[in-house]
Design a protein around this ligand. Structure first.
Ligand SMILES: *[C@@H]1O[C@H](CO)[C@@H](O)[C@H](O)[C@H]1NC(C)=O
Ligand SMILES: *[C@@H]1O[C@H](CO)[C@@H](O)[C@H](O)[C@H]1NC(C)=O
Length: 339
């Protein structure tokens, strides 16, 4: 028991050191903006939401009403550093969570399936000091488990769900900053649909979806395929000797009954780490990193397993994507030490 504890402790110390150098470190603040006009409603229940709240209870209601886990201080921690202590930022904050800053959510698509609710979309990294064009924060995966089964970060949960997994970062699709949060709601299927053992594979493998679509909408999807099953019927486990190429990933399940939503109402919140860059960002997510060809030119899945390569994701057919995925995998690999 002690040996186990000690090795966990060592692993987490090594983790902290390694991870610090594995991705771009959180940049120091170069300019600050005043915090905005936001204040918690006088009627808000206790613990009230706050700009420095540490609540980790997330919810996913619709394309313009949800929460994401992010670092409590992104000037000192990148996304992977914050695996243990990320906090919830919510569009309608409550229960000690923080308000989502204005302009952070660029697009969002809510999906309701029989076994889960999910929100995916794009964000503006400058608003949360999460990297920029040349050095995106590749981010990583947060989930309900972690090394000690108590969550990564500890205690985070999604209201009404059994478990969840969140991916957020700027490398899954080169030049795009994307997020994916899926919360599984069914005791019988959560193990298959929120399988947390694919943290190195990124959101395009675990939560294939329409990441590049603009706007906001709520849709229904029919999706019962376990994360372990590839479209060709084979089972893949992270760590298997052959890692599927992106062309062999499951495709986005088709959406139905979509309802367009308004973008989130402005919150009046600007965190002090919102750099001057945030003011010039609207173009940032589309202008950088060798164009946006990445995922839209992904080859369609073929049922014959065309290449049979054992090279893994880093040998991907799209060079830019291969590089970025490699960087992500390296960062995520460090994260896996806490898995
Ligand atoms: C906030 O806390 C209350 C009281 O504990 C709880 O009933 C409610 O579900 C929480 N809301 C969310 C979105 O987690
Ligand atoms: C299915 O695809 C995977 C990944 O490309 C491959 O390793 C596996 O051999 C394929 N299975 C079949 C039955 O073609």
């Amino acid at each position: 028991m002690f040996a186990l504890l000690a090795s966990l402790l060592l692993a987490s110390q090594a983790h902290a050191q390694l991870v610090g150098g594995s991705g771009p470190s959180a940049p120091v603040l170069s300019a600050t903006a005043a915090t905005g006009s936001w204040a918690p409603a006088a009627t808000a229940a206790s613990p009230k939401p706050a700009l420095d709240g540490t609540g980790r209870q997330l919810y996913i209601n619709s394309a313009n009403d949800f929460c994401l886990l992010m670092p409590p201080d992104p000037t000192t921690q990148n996304l992977v550093d914050a695996e243990a202590d990320a906090v919830a930022y919510c569009i309608n904050p409550m229960n000690g969570t923080r308000p989502m800053p204005d302009g952070f959510i660029v697009s969002a698509h809510f999906k309701k399936a029989a076994g889960y609710k999910q929100i995916i979309g794009q964000y503006n990294p400058a608003v949360m000091n999460l990297g920029s064009g040349a050095s995106p924060d590749c981010g990583g995966e947060y989930d309900s488990y972690g090394a000690q089964g108590v969550g990564n970060p500890v205690g985070a949960a999604v209201t009404g769900a059994v478990d969840y997994q969140q991916f957020l970062g700027g490398c899954d699709i080169p030049g795009k900053y994307t997020f994916a949060l899926r919360a599984c709601t069914d005791e019988n299927t959560h193990g298959a649909l929120c399988d947390h053992t694919y943290d190195l594979m990124g959101m395009l493998y675990t939560q294939p979806s329409n990441y590049e679509d603009a706007g906001f909408d709520d849709c229904e999807v029919t999706d019962t395929t376990p994360l372990s099953v590839l479209p060709n019927g084979s089972t893949f486990r992270q760590g298997d000797s052959t890692t599927p190429l992106p062309s062999a990933y499951r495709q986005a399940p088709s959406s139905s009954n979509c309802v367009a939503k308004q973008s989130p109402a402005p919150s009046g919140v600007t965190y002090t780490w919102n750099q001057a860059a945030a003011q010039q960002t609207t173009g940032a997510s589309s202008s950088s990193r060798g164009g946006s060809s990445g995922s839209s030119s992904r080859p369609a899945a073929t049922s014959s397993g065309s290449s049979g390569s054992t090279g893994g994701a880093a040998a991907g057919a799209v060079p830019a994507a291969g590089l970025a995925l490699g960087a992500c995998a390296a960062a995520a690999m460090m994260g896996a030490m806490l898995l």
